[in-house]
Design a protein around this ligand. Structure first.
Ligand code: FE
Length: 270
């Protein structure tokens, strides 16, 4: 039995919804997001086949799939956009992602859909230049905020102007074992344990984190909502931005020993 969507923001014409418990089995816990404005809708990081069926059922409670204007993909990973061909068939949505990935995503789509007679793939996958920009949804607007190298080389986050929520993709992601992904972080110091290993390996460098955090501080966001784990609200936003600004990660932590292969990695079994 699926939980209802968690409302992150709601007024008469605009809502932001989180789906936090659609992943079943061994996949990493992932959140999927929907923004609805005056009946027009967008999905953020809808995921792969693992969540597609459940997500279509949940999405249909809030908007007809015919009104789904956009699939916004922060980057190229399986838990972000592997369900691409199904959304292209089931909805008229355009898929918006970094131009660095827009030419790779057609590899997720069967060849028979990929040609001229299929779903006009070239017109359905829109590649953003590095600076991102504004995406109009209904009477509102979503801004694609550059977040390159955090973690993917071509990476965007999506800032919903009406609610001032920043959907931050993998930035701020946490690995949690209970069903509390909808509940904002309360104790930041304790929460570091759920984030530190992930950010140290998946984020490219302190420089990228620090420059990004500086920009986000100027956006006056109401929440930072990552694709895995718990959201940040209130003062926890600034605790997180300060922490990530000072975190050594990725290439900060490597030396030449990192590239030394291990000998006899696999034992061949009879
Ligand atoms: Fe990823």
């Amino acid at each position: 039995m699926f939980k209802r969507a968690v409302p992150l923001y709601e007024d008469d014409s605009h809502s932001c919804l989180a789906f936090v418990d659609l992943v079943k089995g061994s996949g990493i816990q992932s959140n999927q997001f929907m923004i609805v404005n005056n009946k027009r809708s967008a999905l953020i990081d809808p995921g792969g086949d693992l969540t597609f069926g459940a997500l279509t059922i949940e999405v249909a409670k809030y908007s007809s799939l015919d009104n789904l204007d956009y699939i916004l993909a922060s980057h190229q990973d399986p838990d972000i956009i592997a369900s691409l061909p199904k959304w292209l068939i089931k909805s008229p949505a355009k898929v918006i992602t970094s131009k660095l990935w827009s030419r790779f995503l057609p590899h997720l789509v069967p060849g028979y859909l990929n040609d001229e007679t299929g779903i006009s793939l070239n017109k359905r996958i829109i590649g953003l230049s590095d600076k991102g920009g504004s995406i109009k949804l209904g009477n509102s607007e979503i801004i694609a905020v550059p977040a390159h190298f955090l973690h993917s080389v071509g990476n965007f986050q999506f800032f919903d102007v009406k609610s001032r929520i920043l959907f931050s993709g993998d930035m701020g992601a946490s690995l949690i074992e209970d069903n509390s992904a909808a509940e904002p972080v309360l104790n930041f110091k304790k929460h570091i344990l759920n984030m530190e290993g992930f950010h140290k390996r998946y984020m490219t460098s302190n420089k990228a984190c620090r420059l990004w955090a500086g920009v986000v501080k100027s956006l006056n966001v109401s929440m930072i909502v990552p694709q895995h784990g718990k959201p940040f609200a209130g003062e926890q936003i600034y605790e997180f931005l300060d922490w990530i600004s000072n975190l050594e990660c990725g290439i900060d932590l490597i030396d030449e020993s990192f590239y030394q292969p291990q000998v006899s990695v696999f034992e061949q079994t009879a």
